[in-house]
Design a protein around this ligand. Structure first.
Ligand SMILES: Cc1cc2nc3c(=O)[nH]c(=O)nc-3n(C[C@H](O)[C@H](O)[C@H](O)COP(=O)(O)OP(=O)(O)OC[C@H]3O[C@@H](n4cnc5c(N)ncnc54)[C@H](O)[C@@H]3O)c2cc1C
Length: 429
């Protein structure tokens, strides 16, 4: 049996491909004992399928891949995705922050819609099939696989019907297909099935893989002093990353203290730029440092008898955080008039220029996505077909594409499935 399409990996992009592949003989090969394990975990089990952000701003969430993803997202936009699910009777809701979820707030319903479509298409799914290699083979009209010599002898005769197909090898079987979609995800949350196999399979085909690392991940700080404030967050904090005293990048957004270090959107979305031993300078108030300094000094002068901690509490800072800073500098019972210049400088630094060292970025067990993957140069950005190997498509997180939190990674997985399927179907028309 030769399938029209074999989809390797039954996650977000693989299942959506299967759902769209009507009219073709399709097989999904899934490594795990069930499909969609990661999809079920997304958005804390609620599945943030996309974001309602205007499509023109949408691209910015894909970092340096923003131009690459443009045609893919334009071909199947966030609005198209919402409309698709609504048409399949999955109502959606959009939160104030633009994040879109199924109205039931249950990821299972998203997986169910896709499985129902695959069943409707008479697509097959085989579980516990870990693909470990793909080979291009040539067959004659009687489906005999030709060895190299036979192929060389026959290929130039126009009357000899030779076709290129793929042979796909799993842990215990092999399958044949005219087209292959690789949708095995990245390397993070390995208990959901994605474990970096895609990079090995594609590398064996001589395709270029950009080095991978965890992304969308919290960081651990060295000599972390805010463990007891774990769970405390700061709106619109500013952070700057320094390497050897040189500022590398600066970001703004909500920040969260964890048991071991920092998290929250400003950290998670930019963790792809972080590395061990980098210095992170935090401005907890997110305001201009000089303006804060001047304003704080005026307040001290105008309130000489006031306790410093009470002056600091006039700013948009939580009491627990102020007490922590004041205690760590031994200023608990100090009044403004007693504050020495060096103490004042340290206090200001603690609030708007707090230096911390990154011990490490949390690994793949906590990283929501993987940075790196199949080089974008290897695929046609209008179809996601490999430039060097026709009829081989690579989707979703296996590609060197990662996006910010907020539904952008799933949108890319779905949009990439759409463009590949469209291209495959066009070949059959
Ligand atoms: C905890 C968590 C929450 C998240 N929440 C969101 C969210 O709310 N919104 C959002 O946009 N993004 C979210 N993401 C990111 C998003 O889930 C992924 O980017 C997306 O699932 C990638 O889709 P994919 O199809 O490329 O891969 P996956 O969905 O990871 O699917 C890959 C599939 O391939 C299978 N597979 C792997 N290797 C093989 C092999 N060798 N042979 C056969 N099958 C194989 C796997 O078992 C898996 O089923 C979240 C990620 C995590 C970890």
């Amino acid at each position: 049996m030769i399938y029209d399409v074999i989809i390797v990996g039954g996650g977000a992009s693989g299942l959506f491909s299967g759902a769209l592949l009507s009219g073709l003989k399709t097989l999904v090969l899934e490594k795990e004992n069930k499909v969609g394990k990661k999809l079920l975990l997304t958005g804390a089990g609620q599945c943030n399928i996309t974001n309602r952000m205007d499509i023109k701003k949408f691209y910015e969430n894909y970092y340096e891949a923003k131009n690459f993803v443009k045609p893919i997202l334009n071909a199947f936009t966030n609005e198209d995705l919402i409309e698709y699910f609504e048409r399949k009777n999955l109502k959606t809701i959009t939160r104030d922050d633009g994040k879109v979820f199924p109205k039931s707030m249950n990821a299972k319903d998203v997986v169910e819609v896709l499985l129902k479509e695959i069943r409707k298409n008479k697509g097959e799914i085989k579980l516990n099939q870990r693909v470990n290699g793909i080979e291009e083979v040539y067959i004659d009209k009687d489906f005999n696989i030709l060895d190299e010599e036979e192929y060389e002898n026959k290929k130039d005769y126009p009357h000899v019907d030779i076709k290129k197909i793929f042979k796909i090898y799993t842990n215990n079987n092999s399958y044949m297909a005219k087209n292959v979609i690789i949708s095995v995800g990245g390397n993070s949350y390995q208990n959901t099935g994605s474990c970096g196999d895609g990079y090995k399979i594609l590398n064996k085909l001589d395709l270029d893989i950009v080095d991978i690392k965890p992304a969308l991940s919290p960081v651990i700080l060295r000599n972390y002093e805010f463990k007891d404030l774990s769970g405390l967050s700061f709106e619109n904090a500013k952070i700057a990353i320094y390497e050897k005293d040189k500022k590398q990048k600066e970001f703004c957004g909500d920040l969260l203290f964890t048991h071991k270090g920092l998290s929250g959107p400003v950290i998670i979305n930019n963790s792809r730029y972080f590395d061990s031993n980098m210095e992170i300078r935090i401005n907890f108030l997110g305001v201009n440092e000089n303006i804060f300094r001047e304003n704080f000094i005026i307040k001290l002068k105008n309130n000489p008898k006031k306790l410093i901690k009470n002056i600091l509490k006039e700013y948009d800072l939580s009491t627990r955080f102020v007490d922590k800073i004041i205690n760590s500098l031994n200023l608990f019972n100090k009044t403004a008039s007693n504050l020495k210049k060096e103490e004042r400088a340290k206090l200001i630094h603690s609030v708007v220029d707090n230096h911390q060292i990154i011990s490490s970025v949390q690994g793949y067990h906590l990283a929501m996505v993987t940075f790196g993957g199949l080089s974008r140069k290897e695929v046609n950005k209008k179809t996601l077909e490999c430039k060097k190997i026709s009829n081989l498509y690579v989707l979703g997180e296996t590609l060197d594409i990662d996006a910010k939190t907020g539904g952008f990674n799933l949108q890319f997985a779905f949009s990439s499935a759409y463009v590949a399927v469209k291209n495959i179907k066009e070949k059959y028309n």
